[in-house]
Design a protein around this ligand. Structure first.
Ligand SMILES: Cc1cc2nc3c(=O)[nH]c(=O)nc-3n(C[C@H](O)[C@H](O)[C@H](O)COP(=O)(O)OP(=O)(O)OC[C@H]3O[C@@H](n4cnc5c(N)ncnc54)[C@H](O)[C@@H]3O)c2cc1C
Length: 396
């Protein structure tokens, strides 16, 4: 399939789970695509070494049309075993193995700009090369959306950093660290800090900690479990089934979608973290109202009037999608892109209001639900893309 006028038919920006899966499906469907990005870079550089995936085994395969590149196939081929929960370094290794098999011609270069062109889009590489592409799939993840609370504006990164800015927590050895947040990232960071003998406290505005996977028996009840839980592993019993069907999910009223999405992905830790954070001081129902540099340390004041003097605040404060923060999207393109709260409004094929421009991963979650924020949503996204581009191509 070759575009008559553009230099290439389709460009994928991003080589994480979404970009790699999309490329594998396109190849299998005979659709020409150029794919850019450093494979599994976000997982390698912006997650803490030593962490484990919260998703279970069945939800952590990178989908491929022939089911030949599963985690099980990776283990068989490499003659090794991956423990559960899946360690981050093993998952990164699996992702790179997948890339070598599914997208051997991946171009690791960085895309610096995408703008609208009469032939589709003009794509400019960081090194200066440019070409035109009929379609572009943006699969560049959440790294650009790290959310830093306003109280920490102006505090240098050396004293307060987002979790995406740290990938080796052992560098805090001998220091006193507070972790802000109550989700998986906060609780697992606290566990890793404690295991490295680092003085750590967790502070969160949530009044209780939520846990996932506390009732493993519910997953071993045969047909009943299948009715309650999808293999996609996003959300609690019942909701798990609904969010695994994005076309159905998006038909519900917006208020219901928003409440259900929140319930599916609210801050929560995996049950296996409970024992690992035993003994870590956890202050719940409190938030930081001010942060100030005090010499070489950081002075925090909480909404209960208490204070903390620490060496570092680790902000496990999540991500706020705002596609205008993708630095490569030209302003002229953004003005034509319909968004809601920073999310692009997407239609069939995860295509935006800019014809030929598709968004994969978390930015697709406003339109297609919380599944799209997880590795296990990549199969749906890739199939949707194939359906849309092959139909459009046939009608040209
Ligand atoms: C701490 C933590 C734990 C998580 N645990 C899980 C989990 O257990 N299970 C799960 O399903 N999800 C988990 N997630 C969510 C996870 O981030 C997403 O599921 C996953 O990364 C989505 O993949 P992606 O392909 O959209 O993005 P990414 O994996 O972030 O990939 C983005 C790609 O885009 C590339 N890129 C970016 N900009 C450019 C550019 N300008 N030019 C070229 N390439 C570019 C990057 O190099 C990278 O290759 C976790 C997230 C965090 C922060």
């Amino acid at each position: 399939m070759k575009s008559k006028s553009a230099d290439c038919w389709l460009t994928i920006i991003g080589a994480g789970p979404y970009g790699l899966c999309a490329a594998a499906y396109l190849r299998a469907a005979g659709v020409e695509a150029r794919v850019f990005g450093e494979p599994m870079a976000f997982w390698q550089n912006q997650m803490p070494a030593g962490m484990c995936l919260r998703s279970n085994w069945g939800a952590s395969h990178l989908a491929d049309p022939r089911r030949e590149l599963t985690l099980d196939a990776y283990c068989r081929q490499n003659g090794n075993h991956i423990p559960k929960p899946i360690p981050l370094d093993r998952f990164i290794d699996y992702g790179r193995w997948y890339q070598v098999h599914a997208v051997p011609d991946l171009d690791r270069r960085h895309v610096s700009s995408v703008e609208i062109d009469p032939r589709g889009f003009k794509v400019v590489m960081a090194e200066g090369e440019e070409f035109t592409s009929r379609r572009v799939v943006v699969a560049t993840g959440i790294g650009a959306f790290a959310s830093r609370p306003a109280e920490f504006a102006g505090i240098p990164c050396a004293l307060a950093s987002h979790t995406t800015e740290q990938n080796d927590l052992r560098r805090f050895k001998g220091q006193r660290v507070v972790v802000i947040g109550a989700g998986q990232s906060a609780l697992e960071s606290a566990a890793l800090l404690r295991e490295a003998d680092i003085d750590v406290e967790v502070i969160a505005r949530d009044r209780t900690l939520n846990w996932v996977g506390l009732h493993p028996r519910l997953h071993h009840l045969g047909v009943i479990s299948k009715m309650l839980y999808s293999t996609r592993d996003v959300g609690p019993a019942g909701i798990s089934r609904l969010v695994a069907m994005p076309h159905l999910f998006r038909r519900f009223p917006r208020g219901f979608q928003d409440r259900t999405a929140y319930r599916a992905i609210r801050p929560a830790g995996a049950y296996w973290l409970q024992s690992r954070i035993a003994g870590v001081p956890i202050t719940l129902g409190r938030s930081v109202v001010s942060a100030a540099v005090a010499g070489s340390r950081l002075q925090l004041r909480l909404n209960d009037g208490t204070e903390r003097l620490v060496d570092h605040a680790l902000l496990a404060t999540g991500f706020r999608v705002d596609v205008s923060r993708y630095p490569f999207l030209a302003q002229s393109l953004l003005t034509q892109l319909e968004t809601v709260d920073g999310f692009p409004v997407l239609h069939g094929g995860l295509e935006s209001t800019v014809p030929g421009l598709h968004f994969f991963g978390k930015p697709a979650a406003w339109s297609f639900g919380p599944l799209l924020g997880f590795v296990s949503g990549a199969e749906f996204a890739s199939r949707e893309l194939i359906r849309s581009v092959t139909r459009n191509n046939a009608s040209h």
